[in-house]
Write a protein that binds this ligand. Structure first.
Ligand SMILES: *[C@@H]1O[C@H](CO)[C@@H](O)[C@H](O)[C@H]1NC(C)=O
Ligand SMILES: *[C@@H]1O[C@H](CO)[C@@H](O)[C@H](O)[C@H]1NC(C)=O
Length: 312
């Protein structure tokens, strides 16, 4: 599948991560490699941290690769485990599902041991201790937990986890004190849903669109924003039916069969090839668009001219 499509698919699969779809396109990160997507999730501001956590925790191979690339963007050298966890847990929100948390902590532990080869005997040690620390955070800072874990108990709970050996008391004490003095902070869920992303569109309105394969006209709600054209079945839909990145496309007035006031979106450099775009099929799956060009009909000549001008 084309990179652009992959990126858009990713946008749709995590319903609330829309903003930035054009960021990737504009920056030519079109391959949609795990590294490129991970970097986008890590660096792009305004993404929904809950959705990032859900996305990274998915079990499919593609997600696992992105998770790995995402964790590798973190530099944990010379940080103690709590410092590293603070950094890691700041870049997304831990998902609720246990198996997802497990995959993410596994990836974290692997990365931590890569950066700090001589702290633990194995990745497992790091993994187990990371969980113990997250539980300690809840025990010490959640007001509903009455029986607070003491330093002695924390140390004895973690006996023998280093491949049968004990970790140095000094290390455990340091980690305990760090959590005690400051809980893990949860990053703001500053994600923008559609209402926000499309708060200030360049243009929006009803238009008729000619199908790519089946040549029928469908009424769609179009939104032009961030150099992308989105179309929806209803104005209240959360997810678009299709997304057309406008980069490399041209627009012109055209005479359509049976409909007045038409415009055409086409790629002047690759006549006869499909335009890079995506849509959801009837089952809700995301598929590549089938258009070599888009025929769109407005209800008046003035409306058509306004759209052409805005798209340009
Ligand atoms: C740490 O504890 C605080 C306070 O209870 C809580 O808000 C936060 O979610 C906890 N962090 C983690 C990673 O469990
Ligand atoms: C972030 O995403 C989650 C899950 O997709 C959603 O429940 C939440 O409302 C979103 N938050 C914002 C601010 O959009």
């Amino acid at each position: 599948m084309e990179g652009v499509c992959w990126v858009i698919m990713f946008k749709l699969s995590v319903a609330h991560i829309y903003q930035g779809v054009c960021y990737l396109v504009d920056n030519k990160l079109l391959e949609g490699t795990p590294h490129a997507v991970a970097e986008f999730l890590y660096k792009e501001e305004g993404l929904n941290k809950t959705a990032i956590g859900d996305f990274l925790g998915e079990r499919e191979e593609k997600h696992l690769q992105i998770l790995k690339a995402f964790v590798e963007l973190h530099e944990f050298s010379d940080l103690n485990l709590v410092q590293a966890l603070r950094q890691f847990l700041w870049s997304f929100r831990l998902p609720g599902e246990a198996q997802k948390i497990d995959r993410m902590m596994e990836a974290f532990a692997t990365r931590y041991c890569e950066c700090n080869a001589d702290v633990f005997q194995s990745t497992d040690t790091c993994y187990i201790l990371s969980f113990a620390i997250i539980m300690l955070n809840t025990s010490l800072h959640n007001p509903n937990v009455k029986d607070k874990t003491t330093q002695e108990r924390f140390i004895s709970m973690n006996r023998g986890i280093n491949n049968g050996e004990d970790l140095p008391n000094e290390l455990l004490t340091k980690l305990y004190d760090s959590i005690k003095s400051e809980p893990f902070k949860i990053p703001e869920d500053d994600g923008n849903d559609l209402t926000h992303t499309f708060f200030n569109p360049d243009r929006e309105g009803w238009l008729l669109k000619l199908g790519g394969r089946v040549k029928t006209w469908k009424r769609r709600w179009f939104i032009l924003t961030d150099n992308c054209l989105y179309y929806f079945e209803f104005t209240t839909d959360k997810e678009p039916r299709g997304i057309i990145p406008l980069e490399n496309l041209c627009v012109k007035e055209i005479a359509c069969p049976r409909k007045p006031y038409c415009l055409e979106l086409y790629n002047p450099n690759s006549k006869g090839q499909k335009i890079k775009a995506c849509k959801t099929d009837t089952d809700g799956r995301v598929v590549e668009g089938k258009h070599q060009s888009y025929m769109i009909s407005a209800s008046t000549a003035e409306e058509r001219d306004d759209w052409i001008e805005s798209i340009r």
